[in-house]
Design a protein. Structure first.
Lengths: 128, 165
C-alpha cells in the first residue's frame, strides 16, 4: 500500500462517515410538529407561500415556462406532487413533504417545494 | 488514432450505451434525484485504466450525449455532463497514483466527484442551494455504486489480462 492509496482511503472513509452522520441527523425530523409554512419555489422565485394547516384540500397545476407542468395536491395539511410530465417522476415518487431538510425537487422543471420558517415561531421548535 | 484503437473505443461506447439503456428500465431504488447505480461507469473506469486520457474523454463524451438522446431527458444533459467531467478529471489524475488492484477506490472517488459535479450543476441551474440537502445522501449512494462498478471493472480487466496471457 503506497502513501497515495492510504491518503485516498482515509479521505473516502472520512467523507463517508461525515455523510452518514449528516444523513442520520437530517433524516430524523427535528420538530415534533411539521412547520406550518410551505414555499413553492421555481427558478429561485417564490411562487406560493402557503399556510399548510389552513389551506383547503385542492390540486393545482404549476406550469414551467419552457413547457411541462407539475400537479401539486394539498390534502389534510399535507402536500405532495400528484402528477407531472417530467420523464423521471422523481418528484412524485418522493411522496409528501415530511422533512424540513429534504425538499421535494423536480430537476427538469426547476421546482422546489420546502418548509419555510417564515411566520410565528413556536417555543418548542428549538428543542432538539 | 489507429483504426483498431478507434474500433475498440466505438465498441466500448456501444457497450456502455447498452448498459445505460438497460439500466433505464430498472426501478428507482430510492426516490432521490440523482441516485443511480450507474452501471455504464464500469466502462468509464475500465477505459481510464486501459486507454489514454484523451481516448477515455472522447468515450465518455460520446456516451453521455448519446445516452441523453436515448433517454430523451435533455434537461438532464447538463447534470450528466458536469458530473461526468468532474468524475473523469478526478479519475484520470488518480489512476496514476492508484494501481490496478485498488481500482475500486478510484471508482469510489470518481463516483463522489460525479455526484459533486451533478449537484453543483443542479444548484447553478435551479439558482438554489436546496439541492445540497441531498448531498450527503448522494455521497453514500455514490460510494456504494462506485465500489460496485469499480469491482466490476477490476474483474473485467483481470479477465482480459488472463485471456491475453
Amino acid at each position: 500500500m503506497t502513501k497515495g492509496i492510504k491518503i485516498c482511503l482515509v479521505a473516502v472513509l472520512t467523507i463517508l462517515v461525515i455523510s452518514a452522520v449528516m444523513t442520520a441527523i437530517m433524516i430524523e425530523p427535528k420538530k415534533v410538529e411539521a412547520p406550518q409554512y410551505v414555499e413553492i419555489v421555481q427558478d429561485n422565485k417564490i411562487l406560493y407561500r402557503i399556510d399548510i394547516r389552513q389551506e383547503k384540500d385542492r390540486t393545482f397545476r404549476i406550469e414551467y415556462p419552457d413547457g411541462g407542468w407539475n400537479d401539486i395536491t394539498i390534502e389534510n395539511s399535507r402536500i405532495f406532487v400528484s402528477d407531472a410530465d417530467c420523464p423521471d417522476k422523481t418528484c412524485i415518487k418522493s411522496g409528501e413533504l415530511k422533512n424540513e431538510h429534504f425538499p421535494i425537487i423536480c430537476l427538469p422543471h426547476r421546482l422546489v417545494i420546502r418548509f419555510s420558517e417564515q411566520g410565528e415561531r413556536n417555543e418548542n421548535k428549538t428543542t432538539d | 488514432m489507429k483504426t483498431k484503437r478507434l474500433t475498440e473505443l466505438s465498441l466500448l461506447t456501444g457497450l456502455a450505451l447498452i448498459i445505460f439503456v438497460v439500466e433505464l428500465r430498472f426501478p428507482d431504488i430510492i426516490p432521490v434525484p440523482g441516485v443511480k447505480l450507474g452501471l455504464a461507469n464500469i466502462i468509464t473506469v475500465y477505459a481510464v485504466y486501459k486507454y489514454k486520457a484523451a481516448e477515455a474523454f472522447l468515450l465518455v463524451l460520446a456516451r453521455v450525449i448519446l445516452g441523453t438522446l436515448f433517454a430523451s431527458t435533455f434537461s438532464a444533459l447538463i447534470y450528466s455532463l458536469s458530473g461526468a467531467a468532474f468524475c473523469l478529471a478526478g479519475m484520470l489524475l488518480l489512476h496514476r497514483i492508484i494501481p490496478l488492484c485498488w481500482m475500486w477506490l478510484c471508482s469510489i472517488i470518481g463516483a463522489i466527484l460525479h455526484n459533486t459535479g451533478q449537484i453543483a450543476a443542479a444548484a447553478v441551474v435551479m439558482k438554489s442551494f436546496a439541492v445540497f440537502a441531498y448531498y450527503p445522501l448522494l455521497i453514500i449512494a455514490g460510494c456504494i455504486a462506485g465500489a460496485f462498478t469499480g469491482v466490476c471493472a477490476q474483474l473485467v480487466i483481470k479477465k482480459t489480462k488472463e485471456k491475453r496471457g
